[in-house]
Each structure stands twice: as structure tokens, then as C-alpha cells.
Design a protein around this ligand. Structure first.
Ligand SMILES: Cc1ncc(C[n+]2csc(CCOP(=O)(O)OP(=O)(O)O)c2C)c(N)n1
Length: 333
């Protein structure tokens, strides 16, 4: 039986190459800038539907996706903007989709919770909690049957970890030794419900043992820890080692959805946790102290990401609404 591993980052800061660091930071800061703009425009009344932000969880998307390429698949959740950006989707059609415009990835019919870009292997976000596992396992089966060395990654929350679909998918993936990485983003909350009131075990990853797969727990706010663990697990999966479960402990900084009154926790709690766990600040502290990037480089990366996001907003605002006559196009029943 595989044992649960609680993994600390092992590589000293000097061992990281500059290009990897810059790319990890670029991805995290782009996600942060994107989410801040989405929040702003949601409150300005320009975005229809529901929006769930990923602020505070950027290290997970950046650290995992750094090991994937266009031949790998990801399945995302209702909190999927960060995964989609990290997988290489373009900001313009993403923003247009969130604005409900017809230049969006899904012609404005999906919105925030249903962005997909098959071109980069992002095979869908999912508004059904726990709805992604079996799709990811199907993609993993396709990779195996086609003899490709790809990996299929499914992201899910701690709440979703309690759905039966998790157990079905984990079991099948294990029995068939499918190339699937299960990534639990344990942000401590499922809507209004704290993790420990719904889940008997301290770590979701302990469940991996029940399916004879490796289970690893990392600090999900530390991109170095996520990067290392995801690197080892994806390498083993590519070599035919079968599925694995990576749990990233993080914290949901914003409300469950934009506009959530958050009656279930205090602003002080959130502020205090964010002060300690902001993945961008943890990254900055480490690379600046080790002299691996300069403050100017980081400022420039932030400004570039903000400019790119602003261009995406302009594109979305300029784009037309979908024509009502197209309502029944692209429907598969
Ligand atoms: C099958 C299903 N049940 C309930 C919901 C309503 N719902 C939307 S998000 C959510 C909480 C999900 O929590 P978690 O999986 O921990 O993800 P997080 O929101 O923390 O990222 C719930 C209950 C849903 N969308 N789908």
C-alpha cells in the first residue's frame, strides 16, 4: 500500500533556473491580475452570471501546469480561470467568454464556469461539483489507448472530494493504471462549510492509499513545493506508473462567489490568513532574499500582466453579444 507523503520543497533557492522562476511568476501574477479585473467588472455590472475567483490559489495552477504541454489534458472546476490561463489559453477569448460575448471561447454561451479551449488541452471547466473526475479519467483512457505519453489532470476542491464520483474515478483509474493526476485544491471551504466539519480525515490525500496510488500533501501556497511534487508525480505517470493524488493545502481568499456576503467567517480571519499565505508574497520573499529576481523584474512582470488583462477587457467590451438566432447551435443532446 502506498504511504501518504507530506512533502516539503527540497531544492535550495539557488538550484532554480531563472527561466523557470520567471515563468512561474508570470503565470501567477497574470492569474492574479485577471481575477482582480474580473471582480472589478463584475461589480460594475458588466459580467452576467456567477463568478468564482481563484485569488490565493495561484501557486497550484502555476506549479502543476509547469509540467504539462499541449498534449496533456486538464479538467477544471467552477473556479477555473487560473487553470485555464496556466494551461496556455488566451486572455482575450477568455475574458470575452466571461463577459458573455460571441468572441468568447464558447461563443459567450458558457460564461465563467464553462470555459474550454481544446486547442491547448483544456477540456472543460465544470459547474457540477465533482463532475470532472470521470471526464478526466476518460481522457486518460484515450491517452493510454492511443499510446501517448500524456497526462490527464483533474482539479477539484475539498468539498468535491466527498462526492462518490471521486471514488469511482480513482478506483477505475487505478485498476486500469491510467495516466491521471488527481489534484485536490484544499482551500478549507466548500461554499459556507469549513473542511473539518464535513471530512473525517485530516488529509484528502490519505484516501489515495485506498486506491493503491501515491498520495502527496504539499503547502499549496508555496509554488516551489507544488512544482516539485507535481514534477515527480507527472514524471511517474508518464512512465506508466498509474494515477496519483496530490493535495495542495491552500486558502480561499475571496468569497465563494463574487458578491458572497461571507457571513460564515470574519474579514479579520481572511486578512490574517492572507498575510501569511499569499502565494505571490511567499514567492517574492524567497526569490528576492536569494537574489534570484530583482524587485524591478517583478514589477515589470506585474505591469505587463495588468496591461495584457486590460487589453482583454477592451476586446471583450468591443465584442458583440451572441445573436439569439444562434441559441440552439453547438448543442449536443
Ligand atoms: C453536484 C453539485 N452539488 C452542489 C453544487 C453547489 N456548489 C457549487 S460550488 C460548491 C462548493 C464546492 O466546494 P469545493 O469543492 O471545496 O470547491 P471550492 O469552491 O472551495 O473551490 C457547491 C456545494 C454544485 N454546483 N454541484
Amino acid at each position: 500500500m502506498s504511504e501518504l507523503q507530506k512533502r516539503e520543497p527540497s531544492r535550495p533557492p539557488e538550484a532554480w533556473d531563472a527561466e523557470t522562476l520567471r515563468e512561474l511568476y508570470r503565470v501567477m501574477v497574470t492569474i492574479r491580475s485577471f481575477e482582480e479585473k474580473v471582480e472589478e467588472f463584475f461589480f460594475a455590472g458588466e459580467i452576467p452570471g456567477f463568478v468564482h475567483l481563484y485569488i490565493g490559489e495561484e501557486a497550484v495552477a502555476a506549479g502543476v501546469m509547469a509540467h504539462l504541454d499541449g498534449g496533456d489534458y486538464i479538467q477544471s472546476t467552477h473556479r477555473g480561470h487560473g487553470h485555464t490561463i496556466a494551461k496556455g489559453a488566451e486572455l482575450e477569448p477568455m475574458m470575452a467568454e466571461i463577459f458573455g460575448k460571441n468572441t468568447g471561447y464558447c461563443k459567450g454561451k458558457g460564461g465563467s464556469m464553462h470555459i474550454a479551449d481544446f486547442g491547448v488541452g483544456m477540456i472543460g471547466a465544470n459547474g457540477v461539483v465533482g463532475g470532472g473526475y470521470n471526464i478526466a479519467v476518460g481522457a486518460g483512457l484515450a491517452l493510454q489507448m492511443q499510446g501517448r505519453r500524456g497526462v490527464s489532470v483533474v482539479f477539484f476542491g475539498d468539498g468535491a472530494a466527498n462526492r462518490g464520483t471521486f471514488h469511482e474515478a480513482a478506483n477505475l483509474a487505478s485498476v486500469w493504471k491510467l495516466p491521471v493526476l488527481f489534484v485536490c485544491e484544499n482551500n478549507q471551504w466548500a461554499s459556507t462549510t469549513p473542511y473539518r466539519t464535513t471530512t473525517a480525515v485530516e488529509d484528502v490525500a490519505v484516501r489515495a492509499a485506498g486506491y493503491d496510488m501515491p498520495g502527496v500533501v504539499v503547502d499549496g501556497n508555496d509554488v516551489f513545493a507544488v512544482y516539485e511534487a507535481a514534477g515527480e508525480l507527472t514524471a511517474s505517470i508518464r512512465e506508466g506508473g498509474g494515477p496519483a493524488l496530490l493535495e495542495c493545502k491552500t486558502y480561499r481568499i475571496k468569497g465563494h462567489y463574487v458578491g458572497d456576503p461571507e457571513m460564515y467567517r470574519t474579514r479579520e480571519e481572511v486578512r490574517e490568513v492572507f498575510r501569511r499565505t499569499d502565494p505571490l508574497r511567499i514567492f517574492a520573499d524567497r526569490v528576492l532574499a536569494a537574489g534570484l529576481m530583482t524587485a524591478e523584474e517583478m514589477d515589470r512582470a506585474r505591469e505587463e500582466s495588468q496591461a495584457a488583462v486590460s487589453r482583454a477587457v477592451e476586446y471583450a467590451e468591443r465584442s458583440p453579444e451572441p445573436d439569439p438566432s444562434e441559441l440552439y447551435e453547438d448543442l449536443y443532446v
